[in-house]
Design a protein around this ligand. Structure first.
Ligand code: UDP
Ligand code: MG
Length: 337
C-alpha cells in the first residue's frame, strides 16, 4: 500500500511496474467503454502536448464485457503513457478508482470518466489551479448534459444535502473530473459510493479545496451505468460521512453525553415515581410515566455502552493503521536532520 509522499513511488511498492515518477497520473475507471477509449486517450495526449508536464494514464478496467479489456491490454503494450489495470470482475466505480490510486505514481492525481463526458482539455486548467496552493480542485459541471428528471434533479437535491452536511461548499460533488495532490489520496480509504465524497473526506483530512467550472458533454457512445437507484446509496454514504466527520476521534463525547442525559432523566422520573408511591401512597403501576422512565434508563445505558464500544473501535481504527488523529501539512525547521 502507498503511504504518503515520502515512500510514495519507491521501486517495488507497485508490484514491480515502472518506478518512473510522472508529474501527473490520470486515473480512469472503465466499464464497457470500448468506443470511447481511443478518443479519450488521444484527447488526453493532446491536452498534455502543450505542457511540459509528464503524465501517465491509468485505466482501470472494471469487469467490462464489451471488449474494453482486450483493447486496454493491447493499447498498454503499444503506448508508453498507458498502464492498464484489469480487475477480476465488476466492483463499481469507487473500487476501480481506488485501484487506480493504488497504482498511480504521479505527484498529482487527476480522476475522470472514460465516457468522454469530461473533457481532458480541462486538465491543464485544473492543474494550474492546484498550483495556486490547493490540495484538491473539483470540477463543476456547470452546464451538465444529462437527463433532467432522472439525473439532474436527484443530483441537485443530493448536492444540496451534501453541502449542508459536509461543510465543503462546492456545487457539484458528483463530477469525476478532479485533481488531487497524491499524498492526500494516500490518506483516504474508499468504500461504497464514497468517491463523490472525496472532497468531504479530504476536508476531514484538513485539505484546501476549491472548484472550477469544467465542460461536460452528452454521452457519445454506450450508455450510463447508473439510474435513480444510485441516489439511495449516495444518501446512505452521506450518513456515514456525517458520522465520520462528527465522531471519528471522539464518539464518547456524543454517545456518552446522550446516554448520561437519558439515564439522568429516566432516573429523575423514577425517583419522582418512588416518591409518589412511597410517600403519597398512590398506585403508579398504570402510569405511562413509568414506561418512559424505564425506556429512558435502558436507552441511556445502551447509548453509554455504545459510546464506549465506539471509542474502542475508533482506537483500533486509528492505531491498527498507524493513523494519527492529526495531519501535518509541512514541518518547518532551520536544520532538518
Ligand atoms: N464505471 C465503472 N464501473 C461501474 C460503473 C461505471 O468503472 O460499475 C465507470 C464508467 O465506465 C465511466 C464512469 O465510471 O467511466 C462513470 O460512469 P457513467 O458515465 O455510467 O456515470 P454517469 O456519468 O452517467 O454518472
Ligand atoms: Mg458518464
Amino acid at each position: 500500500m502507498r503511504s504518503g509522499l515520502v515512500s510514495h513511488g519507491l521501486a517495488g511498492e507497485n508490484g514491480g511496474i515502472s518506478s518512473f515518477i510522472p508529474d501527473v497520473s490520470i486515473v480512469v475507471p472503465v466499464h464497457d467503454e470500448v468506443e470511447s477509449l481511443p478518443h479519450l486517450l488521444e484527447a488526453i495526449s493532446a491536452a498534455f502536448s502543450d505542457t511540459s508536464l509528464s503524465y501517465e494514464i491509468i485505466c482501470v478496467d472494471d469487469g467490462s464485457a464489451d471488449g474494453s479489456t482486450a483493447l486496454l491490454k493491447k493499447l498498454a503494450l503499444t503506448r508508453s503513457d498507458l498502464k492498464s489495470v484489469i480487475l477480476r470482475r465488476n466492483y463499481g466505480q469507487t473500487a476501480a478508482m481506488s485501484a487506480g490510486f493504488h497504482y498511480a505514481l504521479g505527484k498529482i492525481i487527476v480522476t475522470m470518466d472514460a465516457d468522454l463526458q469530461n473533457d481532458p482539455a480541462d486538465i491543464p486548467m485544473l492543474l494550474a489551479k492546484l498550483d495556486e496552493g490547493y490540495d484538491l480542485v473539483s470540477g463543476w459541471r456547470e452546464k451538465r448534459q444529462d437527463a433532467a428528471l432522472t439525473r439532474l434533479l436527484p443530483s441537485k437535491i443530493a448536492n444540496w444535502l451534501i453541502r449542508r452536511i459536509t461543510d465543503v461548499k462546492i456545487h457539484d460533488y458528483g463530477c469525476s473530473l478532479k485533481a488531487y495532490r497524491a499524498e492526500l489520496v494516500a490518506d483516504m480509504n474508499l468504500y461504497g459510493e464514497l468517491h463523490r465524497f472525496l472532497p468531504a473526506l479530504a476536508y476531514i483530512e484538513g485539505a484546501r479545496i476549491t472548484e472550477m467550472p469544467v465542460r461536460h458533454h452528452a454521452r457519445r457512445f454506450g450508455q450510463s451505468k447508473y439510474g435513480l437507484a444510485r441516489t439511495f446509496r449516495v444518501l446512505m454514504d452521506l450518513l456515514t460521512i456525517a458520522f465520520m466527520k462528527k465522531f471519528l476521534t471522539r464518539p464518547m463525547h456524543v454517545f456518552g453525553l446522550l446516554g448520561l442525559l437519558s439515564m439522568f432523566s429516566g432516573g429523575g422520573i423514577g425517583i419522582y415515581l418512588t416518591f409518589v408511591k412511597l410517600v403519597l401512597g398512590e398506585n403508579i403501576g398504570d402510569r405511562p410515566l413509568l414506561i418512559l422512565a424505564v425506556l429512558l434508563l435502558v436507552a441511556g445505558v445502551q447509548l453509554f455502552c455504545f459510546g464506549l464500544l465506539a471509542e474502542l473501535l475508533m482506537r483500533t481504527y486509528h492505531e491498527s493503521q498507524g493513523r494519527p488523529i492529526y495531519r501535518v501539512r509541512e514541518i518547518v525547521a532551520k536544520e532538518v536532520k
